[in-house]
Design a protein around this ligand. Structure first.
Ligand code: TXA
Ligand code: MG
Length: 342
C-alpha cells in the first residue's frame, strides 16, 4: 500500500473524507498528537485501526466529536460533565461516560464506558464533520512507540500501513489529552495531560487524580487499560536519573564505557554540564526547565531523536513530579519506570 502525505488545502482532503466514509483509516493532526482515525460506529473501521497500530484489543479508543450534542453516544450526562465540556471543549480533555448502544464494543475494548473528546484543531474538526461520523483515534504510532507529533514521524511508523496522512505541522501541545472518568459522577483523572488537576479543580473542586497514575501497573484489569502496556519507548534502553550532580557525572562516565552510544535527554540549563563530561555524549535538549509547555511539545520528538542517532542507552533528566505530572508520566513510561536516585 502506498502512503500519501496530504496537504489539507489541496484536493487530497476529499480522498481522506471518502476513506473514512468507506470504513478505512486516515492519520490526521490534532492539537495534542496525531491520531489514526476511523468511523467510531463501524466495527470494520475499528478493527483496521487496531491492526494498523498493532494495539491490544482490550485497550479502548477515544472517540472524537465535532458537535456538542453527544447524547446519541453516551448515557447520563451529569451537570458536572457539562461544566467540563463548557470549559474545556474543544481542547485536550477526554471525558469517560457510560456508552450508549450505538458505540460498538470494538471501540471500547469491551467496556461499558466510552471516552469522548472534541479536538481543538481545524483539520480534525473538518474531517469529523465532512465524514459525517464520530472518529475513533488512538495516537498515531505503532503501539509502544512515542506518539507521532508531526507527519514525518507518523510516516516513519505507519508507511505502507495507511493510505493517507494529513499534514498539519507540529502538534501544538505534543502530549496526549488529559483523560477524566465521570463514571458514577465521580470525577477522577486517569491520565494526566496538558489540562492539569488544578485547572479542573477550578471547575470541579472535588476532582481527584487517580493515585497510581505514575506507578508501574501490573494489574490484569486496571481502571484504564492503557496503564498496563508499554508506551513511548525509544529503541535503546532508557533510565531516568535524579539527585547529586557529581554522582550523576560519575555514572554517566561509567555508562559511556559500558555502551556503544549513549544519549542524554537534558534541559537547556544543564547542556554545558553534560557536554563537559564528554564530547562523545549525544545530547538532545528537550527545552528549558522553566517552560513546561516547551518540554511537553518537544518530548516525543526528542525521544525519537535517539533512534535517529542509534543510541543504545539513554539517560534522561527529570522534573519535580508535583508540577509536571503529565511530562513525568510519559518519561517514566518511556523508561519503563527505571529511575536511579544518586
Ligand atoms: O490526545 C489524545 O488523547 C490522542 C489524540 C489522537 O486525540 N489520543 C490518544 O489515544 O492518546 P490513545 O489511544 O493513545 O490513548 C487513549 C487512552 C488509553 O490509555 C486508554 O486506555 C484510555 O485512554 N481510555 C480510552 N477509553 C477509555 C475508557 N472507556 N475507560 C478507561 N480508559 C480509557
Ligand atoms: Mg497512545
Amino acid at each position: 500500500m502506498d502512503t500519501r502525505i496530504i496537504n489539507f488545502y489541496e484536493d487530497g482532503f476529499k480522498d481522506c473524507v471518502n476513506e473514512i466514509r468507506e470504513n478505512g483509516v486516515v492519520v490526521f493532526p490534532t492539537e495534542t498528537v496525531y491520531g489514526i482515525g476511523g468511523n467510531a460506529l463501524s466495527p470494520q473501521a475499528i478493527n483496521k485501526i487496531f491492526e494498523v497500530k498493532n494495539r491490544e484489543r482490550d485497550n479502548p479508543l477515544i472517540v472524537h466529536v465535532c458537535d456538542y450534542d453527544i447524547s446519541k453516544y453516551v448515557k447520563n450526562i451529569s451537570e458536572d460533565s457539562n461544566k467540563l465540556i463548557d470549559k474545556f471543549w474543544p481542547g485536550p480533555l477526554t471525558i469517560i461516560f457510560e456508552k450508549s448502544s450505538i458505540i460498538p464494543y470494538e471501540t471500547t475494548g469491551g467496556r461499558e464506558s466510552v471516552g469522548l473528546r472534541m479536538p481543538n484543531n481545524e483539520i480534525a474538526l473538518k474531517l469529523i464533520k465532512e465524514s459525517g461520523c464520530p472518529i475513533a483515534a488512538p495516537s498515531a504510532n505503532i503501539s509502544g512507540r512515542p506518539s507521532g507529533t508531526n507527519s514525518k514521524r507518523c510516516f516513519d511508523d505507519l508507511k505502507g500501513r495507511v493510505k493517507f496522512i494529513i499534514d498539519g505541522c507540529e502538534s501544538k501541545i505534543g502530549l496526549e489529552s488529559t483523560v477524566i472518568s465521570m463514571i458514577n459522577d465521580e470525577p477522577i483523572i486517569l491520565r494526566p495531560g496538558y489540562i492539569t488537576l488544578q485547572d479542573i479543580q477550578k471547575v470541579l473542586p472535588r476532582v481527584k487524580m487517580y493515585e497510581r497514575v505514575n506507578e508501574k501497573i501490573l494489574d490484569e484489569n486496571p481502571i484504564s487499560p492503557g496503564m498496563k502496556y508499554k508506551h513511548y519507548a525509544p529503541k535503546g534502553k532508557m533510565v531516568i536519573v535524579k539527585g547529586n550532580m557529581e554522582n550523576i557525572k560519575s555514572y554517566v562516565k561509567q555508562e559511556i564505557i559500558n555502551h556503544k552510544k549513549v544519549g542524554v535527554l537534558c534541559f537547556k540549563e544543564n547542556y554545558k554540564f553534560y557536554r563537559e563530561i564528554s564530547e562523545e555524549l549525544n545530547l538532545v535538549v528537550v527545552g528549558s526547565k522553566s517552560d513546561l509547555n516547551e518540554i511537553g511539545k518537544n518530548l516525543f520528538e526528542s525521544i525519537r531523536r535517539f533512534d535517529d542517532l542509534n543510541c543504545d542507552f539513554i539517560i534522561s533528566e527529570c522534573l519535580n513530579e508535583d508540577f509536571s505530572t503529565a511530562i513525568m508520566n510519559r518519561l517514566l513510561k518511556a523508561a519503563s519506570f527505571n529511575v536511579i536516585t544518586f
